[in-house]
Design a protein around this ligand. Structure first.
Ligand code: ADP
Ligand code: MG
Length: 629
């Protein structure tokens, strides 16, 4: 028997391991199962090239929780280790690895990100165990070995009799980590970190129901049997070739990833690249809601089928963190901080590859089945709009398939849209004015008015669309967006109908003064317009610029530009000088009646714009009843 001291300069490194990686204690299990998996795959490789004369069969890894003995045991059927190998790999190499790790990250230990994932390997066992034993037998013809260490830098190592090839790690769980002796807890951890590891992992047994034998009675219970409970799927969909998978397989894998999710994904993107970096994965477009933050952190990052994290920030472009699915890459450096990750060249390439792949997939979906693409548009638009705003490369591609739905349910690409409106919707500066509504119900009367004039009205209702409009206005020539109830509309109206006002200049002057006297509210700017006599007498519009700035402040971006926020409410009151009612206002003899006509008309206009609320609405209704009785 050999005893010795682990070659280490830090007197007692184990308490340090515990302290620095406090929040990540649970990763010990993933590390030990990764080692067991590596050892098994190594044996598979050696057997396949004829270097190991062994019966490989179907090796497994078994995890046993023994609450009474306060032990967790992890048993594999892999290559095992000889005494010399234990000395070398556990005492020397592994430990110097741990030492180096701590040295490097002592100061950065608070950077909670990815630090703590990988790097400590075998020694992470001491995060939960007060004593660790290794019982192992190499596939080579050599005696077994027993290593034991109680958390001080001292260990013992001796030869033992052992027939079964492979390694058994015995963890004597420390008093402050007894929660890991709960089967449910270990089951959860196995499902979290090891769900798709390539070697089957057995954890306990489960009861399986068998078919009833021939001639069994209705009331006879079905026979059952105890079978091994395998916790993982060693061959997840992303490790297969896209050509070997049907749409149903992709849907099935989605359910495997998100068992609590009942909605089906809209479509998937299979990622598969091996040069200049390695990356596989499947991304899904789920049905999106308008709550952007709720959809994050659903993409899982794996490294060779070992779960690493579900926070892929920095690896996947921000706008794609709303997607779901899996990315597996051995080329993503994991034991580094987030800021380092974002600056890493390989990671940047990965990020732009994913962006391109998503754009290409969307392009082909659009081209292959436009009808289906249109049907899904509402559910995916927010990701696309977000992408267009944040990634220039994506903008260039997406510009060709981004859809602009009309209030009547037609879908146009930008090119189709401008082709359609170019003759009919230009303002006095020869700018094309793209009219849109954000809410069909609230802006109903404005939409109708615009449609009567033959204008095309879009329905743009996503929360970040105002940012996108801003972007389009700056990157395209001579276009501007105007909501149907915005002031830009006035330009269009003026150009469209060259109506002559029925009122003389003198009458106009008088009308304006009267209106301004009655309407004390400084938020309204009175504007007289000669319009078709069938158009409304009073119309309220809101400056497009002001309203959009307000919206943009609410959804971030553009924010802060105008300091304190809290911009004043400002409206234009357009008064149609050719309307009969306006003539009546002008000609009414009594001041009282004139005042009533004006207030009532203004309230109707406000009602139409959804601005009439509270006391003003109550008074309006009361006044209206008085008038009809
Ligand atoms: P890493 O896995 O990154 O090499 P670890 O600290 O996890 O670092 O493990 C150190 C070494 O110990 C491994 O490289 C391997 O040689 C050996 N080892 C650990 N666990 C096993 C095992 N279950 N079977 C065989 N060898 C193992
Ligand atoms: Mg390891």
């Amino acid at each position: 028997m050999a005893t010795g001291k682990i070659n280490v300069s830090v007197e007692n490194i184990f308490p340090l391991i515990k302290k620095f990686l406090y929040s990540d204690h649970e990763i010990f299990l993933r590390e030990l199962i990764s080692n067991a998996t590596d050892a098994t795959l190594k044996l598979k490789h050696l057997a396949s090239i004829g270097d190991a004369k062994v019966d490989y069969k179907d090796p497994r890894i078994e995890v046993i929780v023994d609450k009474e003995a306060k032990q967790i045991r992890i048993i594999d059927e892999g290559v095992g280790m000889t005494q010399d190998e234990v000395k070398k790999y556990i005492n020397e190499v592994a430990f110097s690895g741990a030492e180096e790790f701590l040295d490097k990250y002592k100061d950065a230990a608070k950077d909670a990100g990815i630090i703590g994932h990988f790097g400590l390997g075998f020694y992470s066992a001491f995060m939960v165990a007060e004593k660790v034993e290794i019982l192992t037998k190499s596939y080579k013809d050599e005696p077994g070995a027993h290593w034991s260490c109680d958390g001080s830098p001292k260990f013992t190592l001796k030869a033992i009799d052992r027939d079964t090839r492979g390694t058994e790690i015995v963890l004597h769980i420390a008093e402050d980590s007894l929660e890991f002796l709960e089967e449910a807890k270990i089951g959860d951890l196995l499902r979290k970190y090891n769900k798709f590891m390539p070697i089957p992992i057995k954890f306990g047994t489960k009861t399986e129901t068998l078919p009833k034998p021939e001639g069994a009675k209705e009331e006879d219970p079905a026979p059952t049997q105890e079978v091994d409970n395998i916790i993982n799927n060693p061959n997840p969909a992303w490790t297969k070739k896209p050509t070997d998978l049907e749409i149903e397989d992709y849907k099935g894998f989605y359910r495997e990833l998100y068992p609590m999710q009942f909605e089906e994904p809209l479509f998937n993107i299979h990622l598969n690249v091996d040069y200049p970096f390695n990356l596989t994965g499947i991304l899904y477009f789920p049905r999106m809601t308008n709550d952007l933050s709720a959809q994050k952190d659903r993409i899982q990052l794996y490294q060779n089928q070992v779960f690493v994290t579900d926070n892929v920030e920095g690896i996947v472009p921000e706008f794609l963190t709303m997607l779901r699915g899996v990315i597996d890459s051995p080329d993503i450096p994991l034991n580094v901080s987030r800021s380092y990750l974002q600056a890493d060249g390989a990671v940047k390439k990965i990020s732009s590859y994913i962006t391109r792949k998503v754009a290409d997939k969307l392009t082909s979906l659009f081209k292959e089945n436009r009808e289906d693409f249109e049907a899904k548009w509402n559910d995916i638009k927010i990701v696309i709009e977000y992408g267009m705003l944040s990634e220039e490369k994506f903008f260039e591609k997406a510009d060709k398939f981004t859809l602009y739905p009309s209030v009547d349910g037609s879908y146009y690409t930008f090119e189709e849209l401008t082709e359609k409106i170019k003759d009919n919707q230009t303002d006095k500066d020869e700018k094309m004015v793209i009219l849109y509504a954000s809410n069909k119900e609230e802006q109903h009367s404005y939409i109708e008015a615009a449609k009567t004039k033959g204008y095309e009205v879009l329905l743009l209702d996503s929360p970040i669309v105002s940012h996108l409009m801003q972007k389009l206005e700056t990157s395209k020539e001579k276009i501007s967006f105007a909501r149907v109830d915005a002031d830009h509309l006035d330009n269009l109206i003026k150009k469209e109908d060259t109506q002559i006002s029925k009122l003389s200049d003198e009458e106009k002057e008088k009308l304006k003064t009267t209106l301004e006297e009655v309407i004390q509210d400084k938020g309204y700017t009175v504007q007289l317009e000669a319009m078709d006599s069938a158009a409304s007498p009073f119309i309220i519009t809101e400056p497009e610029f002001m309203r959009r700035m307000k919206e943009m402040q609410q959804t971030g971006g553009g924010g802060g530009m105008f300091g304190m926020g809290g911009m004043p409410e400002m409206y234009n009151l357009i008064v149609n000088t050719n309307h009969e009612l306006v003539g009546e206002i002008l000609n009414t003899k009594t001041a009282k009646k004139r005042e009533r006509l004006i207030s009532q008309s203004l309230d109707l206009a406000r009602l139409s714009k959804g601005l009439l609320k509270g006391e003003a609405l109550t008074n309006f209704i009361k006044r209206s009843y008085d008038m009809v009785k």
